[in-house]
Design a protein around this ligand. Structure first.
Ligand SMILES: [Zn+2]
Length: 402
């Protein structure tokens, strides 16, 4: 058994700011020490990312970044793939340099090779900063483990009825609305919301109101073809300006069945933006605060705010807080989601998919909800279509059955 399988040697990795879910799994009888469920693939990917940024050659940097991404998207932990002698099967996207690092981490719980490369590179401070921006991110293998572990009380994949954030060809996504509906039906959903960007976000191909009218007709045609078997909602992802305004008027917002508000700018500033977030959720059309921080793994921390104040206001208004399942976002993560849950929030667990294959990102959001202990009743995606539509037309908590 490699050291990492005993989970006893994660100190170095943990200090490095790589995520380590904090639930205890049991006790290692050999060492009598509690065994934590380390997310081995996230730890390995963290070292590969560090090594990428320590390279002076662009080509090598991209190689290690690609390797890190490949490890993060594996369905099973590396510990389960390694043979008794530590050998690894061929993994797509992983070259010999990365394989050596993976074996080193599996055997020793860390990577002296990477630590040395970082120490000798002139980007040491930048690499340290990036490490702190990888906290509480889950690998795909860890997401799958959490979904299949019945000891978590949160929502299950079977309870999940529909995804409320995704993008189509009408803004910066790829699929048509019909392709989306078919892919959602194949996943067993009862409904879903297409939430293309609003016209204010030019960089994401924001949809004009004329295009939105056209899209509404396309969605109606798709819905008619399913005869009530599946319902596609027309949503919009509105951009929150730096003052907390939305990038469409109140009348325009009211034409959509579900309005998400999300920040896409001023995501690298350290000043407090509580007022901006409060203004967005106070907008009468907003039902979901989407990717609330706008963080990106290893790159930016996103909006700084007094989140307890934001969550309290969202709970009072019946606005749902999103757990965005895009692997690079994971926003909110389970630590903040736990606080939002304690303050009485509703949640939307969404994929933020831009292709139909990315609809599986909803599982990442589900995993965070399970880690945060959020019950299915508080997750709008677990409600029936009737309950969902009732909340969309009037989110006031007093109107909801408790
Ligand atoms: Zn967005």
């Amino acid at each position: 058994m490699s050291r990492i399988q005993r989970g006893s040697s994660f100190v170095s990795a943990d200090i490095a700011g790589v995520p380590r879910p904090d639930r205890e799994r049991g006790v290692d009888t050999k060492s009598e020490r509690p065994v934590t469920c380390a997310d081995v693939n996230a730890v390995v990917a963290g070292y590969l990312r560090d090594l990428a940024f320590a390279q002076s050659s662009q080509q090598k940097m991209f190689g290690y970044k690609r390797a890190a991404a490949a490890i993060l998207s594996l369905d099973v932990p590396l510990t389960a793939m390694a043979g008794p002698d530590g050998s690894l099967p061929k993994i797509a996207g992983i070259g010999p340099g990365s394989t050596r690092i993976i074996r080193e981490v599996l055997e020793t719980g860390g990577s002296a090779t990477v630590d040395q490369a970082v120490d000798h590179s002139d980007r040491r401070a930048d690499i340290q900063r990036r490490r702190t921006l990888r906290q509480y991110f889950l690998s795909r293998a860890e997401v799958r483990r959490i979904l299949s572990d019945p000891s978590f009380a949160g929502p299950t994949g079977e309870q999940y009825r529909g995804d409320l954030q995704m993008h189509s060809e009408w803004s910066d996504g790829y699929p048509t609305v019909l392709e989306i509906a078919e892919a959602c039906l194949a996943r067993g959903y009862h409904y879903a919301a297409v939430t293309d960007h609003s016209y204010g976000l030019k960089i994401a191909g924001g949809m004009s109101m004329a295009e939105a009218d056209e899209q509404r007709r396309a969605i109606a045609a798709v819905n008619a073809s399913y005869g009530g078997r599946f319902r596609l909602l027309q949503g919009i992802e509105a951009n929150i300006s730096v003052d907390g305004e939305l990038d469409l008027t109140g009348d325009e917002a009211a034409t959509f069945e579900v309005v998400l508000a999300a920040p896409h700018a001023r995501l690298r500033k350290e000043d407090d933006q509580t007022a901006r977030m409060l203004a967005a959720i106070a907008h009468p059309a907003v039902r979901i605060l989407a990717h609330p921080r706008g963080r990106i793994s290893g790159s930016r921390a996103g909006v700084v705010a007094d989140w307890d104040v934001v969550f309290k206001s969202a709970a009072e208004r019946g606005v749902a807080i999103e757990l965005d399942g895009d692997p690079a976002r994971q926003d909110l993560d389970y630590t903040l989601a736990r606080r939002a849950h304690a303050l009485g929030c509703l949640f939307a667990l969404d994929s933020d998919a831009h292709t139909t294959a990315q609809l599986s990102y909803a599982e990442t959001a589900l995993a965070h909800a399970r880690l945060a202990g959020i019950p299915a009743e508080r997750v709008v995606n677990c409600w029936s279509l009737e309950e969902l539509l009732a909340w969309l037309s009037d989110p006031a908590p007093s109107r909801r059955p408790s």
